[in-house]
Design a binder for this molecule. Structure first.
Ligand SMILES: [Cu+2]
Length: 157
């Protein structure tokens, strides 16, 4: 069952690529037409929609997150080492473990994480930094701030 599902996804991606290639070809040899229907060329976006960026500033020895409560979903943690020691960020919880590379002072990195509802431990895995205070917790789902998107009365399929 899962296998079929995965295959279906792959197939779709393949089709999408083919379509994109086709569209590119058409655009290349267009040179006129003047159809006026701009159905092609979706705007190029660097980040996927729905991915929230979170700042994680690491210092000696503290982790400052730009937010502590989350909704389940995709996030990109922008990890920056503002300290004088090497640091890294590890996020551990229901969705598994995610660890950034170890950052030298002044360096930064991105950590893509898909958060599921529950509690996560966020800490620095370098040496004993966790015990020195580089540790915090985040909560996903549950008692988050009220959000007025996703009306529950949408498409009742
Ligand atoms: Cu550290």
């Amino acid at each position: 069952m899962t296998r079929t599902l995965i295959r279906g996804r792959v197939g779709r991606v393949g089709l999408g690529l083919a379509a994109a290639a086709l569209a590119g070809g058409l655009a290349a040899c267009g040179g006129g037409g003047g159809g006026g229907s701009a159905t092609t060329a979706p705007p190029a976006r660097s980040a996927e929609p729905g991915v929230t960026q979170v700042n994680a500033d690491l210092t000696d020895f503290h982790i400052a997150l730009s937010q502590k409560t989350f909704k389940a979903g995709a996030y990109t943690f922008l990890v920056k080492n503002d300290g004088h020691h090497d640091h890294a960020l590890e996020i551990e919880g229901p969705g598994g473990e995610h660890r950034s590379q170890t950052l030298a002072p002044g360096a930064s990195a991105k950590l893509n994480v898909t958060l599921k509802s529950g509690s996560y431990e966020v800490y620095c895995p370098v040496d004993g930094h966790k015990d020195l205070g580089m540790k915090t917790e985040i909560t996903v789902g549950g008692a988050t701030a009220p959000v007025n998107e996703t009306p529950s009365t949408s498409n009742g399929y």
